[in-house]
Ligand binder design. Structure first.
Ligand code: BDP
Length: 638
């Protein structure tokens, strides 16, 4: 039995602060300010998939050297969107290899002529490997979808009077290999009686469609040449004062001053400081609370940072404003505490896909989903199984919806995926996730993987390394991974702060036998708790349900079966949630697309909403339950 002492990050916050591993370079969200401008490049891009046998024709013919249309026929491709569902050409649906995007841009003259302006190209996400050329010049490469990357392109655009015309070419490869995250394998099918010569398929080990392309915004933004590169904020509470610890990194100058002002939501100054690091004290601070937990949730302050640097061309100023929520997170043997109070996650797992846009970021979808989350009374979600767009997390900060932020560590199913190259890559990805999302009060825990083969010895070492690394990057948040292993076999569980369990009783096991759920779920919780003495979240449970299918008594795939299965889970969750079970997240918020397979009917149908965001019967059941839990929590002075 592995015993452990409770860890209270809240109390250790300021002490641990100095220990955080320094992250190389910042990835601040590009906000406008008096010193910064933004130019969004969303809209129609030229697009061409490289259907050549080796998929390398684009490189052999150097498509980046001249306008893409001169290389051959191009398509109009909306950005952001996945390219897979847009065209009527079936070959694009599951295309594997290089696709090419291109967009021409005119820059404002002051961006190209003012040498104290720095111009940055930022790509919100390009799944899974990207190479970027600006005016034919190789500028940037990035591995991994779902996370932003950027390059200072000032040198390329500030080269003379004609430089305001810009051609951006991005080649993206969606191939997944044993060392990418998520991993995959390419399999050549060589039986020539069945397959044409050179025929191959991409094998993946996760249950969502491998949508690809420029799925989030691409934009250009400016900063002065001396600029605020990164800000890291951690918060704690001492009596009734909020403490805001900040660390700021500046690039482009060694001779500078930093002024820091913390404003409340009414724009009143509540604390100020100076220099690259410090602590701001806010007497009587209003805390950031999850919504439904407090009558005034999600309170955000603004940290205004002003940089003044002495440059050879004269003084330069840069401004950046960061929303800050003051809150603490801690974990004991049986509780998850926010601001010292027990928090119960009653929420969902999501995916980012919907309709023809695939995983393309979409404002109407974002707002609709948040309206549905609030309709449902969901106070939390997990970003299954990859980091979501930054705008999603900003919305969570504002609405008070709590997030378990998961990296794309999904599909780690084969022993060969736990190798050293993958491990280094996984740790790098965690650095990128933490760098991007560390300042969101809504993010209360990192998840480094979903259902890895954690019964393997090699997985134990691997998970230990990734978790330890993540904790070193951010000592202020608990870390987990989501398991579906057996409690006695799991080699990664000793290293997590919270046990997250996926189980599909009466769906993938003993299917049709709803009467077994209570016994099996009770055994699950009791064996895990007895072994590890850590709080537990039921991080997935659910049933495939085709909207409009009805049967009573309930049979699998009907709306009645989904409801009954949920009800059985809820009986046990209600018994355990007052003890050590600290959360339940339904699989899934909405139906989503997967690979084609005999077990998937146009995708995964375990949503309580359809892919078009209409409720199935189970959504009403869940709604009643979540609001009931919320009201109980509110009434018990929490
Ligand atoms: C779980 C996975 C999730 C799947 C789900 C299912 O974590 O990604 O979509 O099963 O089968 O094991 O519906």
């Amino acid at each position: 039995m592995a015993r452990r002492t409770a860890v209270a990050w809240a109390a250790l916050g300021p002490l641990l602060w100095g220990c955080a591993l320094a992250l190389q370079g910042g990835m601040l969200y590009p906000r406008e300010s008096p010193s910064r401008e933004r130019k969004e490049l969303d809209g129609l891009w030229s697009f061409r998939a490289d259907f050549s046998h080796n998929r390398r024709r684009g490189f052999e013919e150097q498509w980046y050297r001249r306008p893409l249309r001169e290389s051959g026929p191009t398509l109009d491709m909306p950005v952001p969107s996945s390219f897979n569902d847009i065209s009527q050409d079936w070959r694009l649906w599951d295309f594997v290899g290089w696709v090419w995007y291109e967009r021409e841009v005119i820059l404002p003259e002051r961006w190209t002529q003012d040498l104290s302006t720095r111009v940055v190209l930022r790509i919100g996400s390009a799944h899974a490997y990207a190479i970027v050329w600006v005016n034919g010049v190789d500028t940037l490469e990035h591995e991994g979808g779902y996370l932003p990357f950027e390059a200072d392109i000032s040198n390329l655009v500030q080269v003379g009077p004609l430089s305001s015309q810009l051609r951006i070419t991005i080649a993206i490869n969606n191939t997944l290999t044993p060392t990418t995250l998520p991993p995959g394998t390419i399999q050549y099918l060589t039986d020539t009686s069945k397959y044409p010569k050179g025929y191959f398929v991409q094998n993946i080990y996760f249950d969502f469609f491998n949508y690809a392309g420029l799925q989030r915004s691409v934009l250009l933004y400016t900063t002065p040449t001396a600029y605020i590169d990164d800000i890291t904020v951690t918060t704690s509470v001492e009596h009734d004062s909020g403490l805001v610890n900040y660390q700021i990194s500046v690039k482009g100058s060694n001779l500078f001053e930093l002024e820091v002002r913390l404003l409340d939501a009414e724009n009143k100054l509540v604390a100020n400081g100076a220099g690259t690091q410090g602590q701001l004290k806010v007497p009587g601070a209003r805390l950031w609370w999850p919504y439904l937990m407090h009558k005034r949730p999600a309170y955000l302050y603004s940290l205004e940072v002003r940089l003044t640097a002495q440059m050879s061309l004269g003084p330069v100023s840069d401004f950046y404003t960061l929303p800050v929520g003051i809150r603490t997170v801690a974990v004991t043997e049986s509780q998850f505490l926010i601001n010292g109070k027990p928090f119960y996650f009653h929420g969902v797992n999501k995916h980012e896909d919907a309709d023809i846009r695939g995983k393309g970021f979409d404002w109407p979808l974002l707002v609709k989903d948040f309206n549905l989350l609030r309709w449902l009374g969901a106070n939390a979600f997990r970003t299954s199984h990859y980091p979501y767009a930054e705008e999603v997390l900003q919305m969570c900060d504002r609405y008070g919806i709590v997030v378990i932020d998961e990296c794309p560590g999904v599909g780690l199913a084969l022993p060969q995926f736990f190798n050293n190259v993958s491990l280094q890559n996984h740790m790098r990805v965690m650095e990128e996730v933490v760098r991007r999302d560390k300042n969101h009060p809504a993010v209360v825990m990192w998840s480094v993987a979903n259902e890895p083969a954690s019964h393997l010895e090699s997985a134990g070492y691997y998970l230990k390394m990734v978790i330890t690394h993540t904790k070193a990057l951010d000592p202020s948040r608990p870390v987990t991974f989501v398991t579906n292993s057996n409690y006695a076999a799991d080699k990664g569980a000793p290293y997590v702060d919270v046990i997250c369990l996926n189980s599909y009783y009466s769906w993938y096991h003993d299917y049709g036998h709803l009467e077994l759920i209570q016994q099996q779920l009770t055994t699950q919780f009791e064996s895990w708790y007895k072994t590890y003495q850590k709080p537990i979240i039921q991080s997935e449970y659910g049933a495939e349900t085709i909207v409009g299918f009805h049967q009573d008594p309930p049979l699998m795939f009907t709306e009645e079966y989904q409801k009954s299965l949920l009800e059985q889970y809820h009986v046990v969750l209600d018994q355990k949630r007052r003890k050590y079970v600290v959360g339940e997240l339904i699989w899934n918020f909405a139906d989503f697309m997967t690979e084609q397979s005999p077990t998937r009917v146009l995708g995964n149908k375990k949503g309580v909403f359809t892919r078009q965001r209409q409720p199935k019967s189970a959504a009403f059941l869940l709604r009643e339950r979540y609001w009931k839990i919320a009201n109980e929590t509110r009434n018990s002075k929490i």
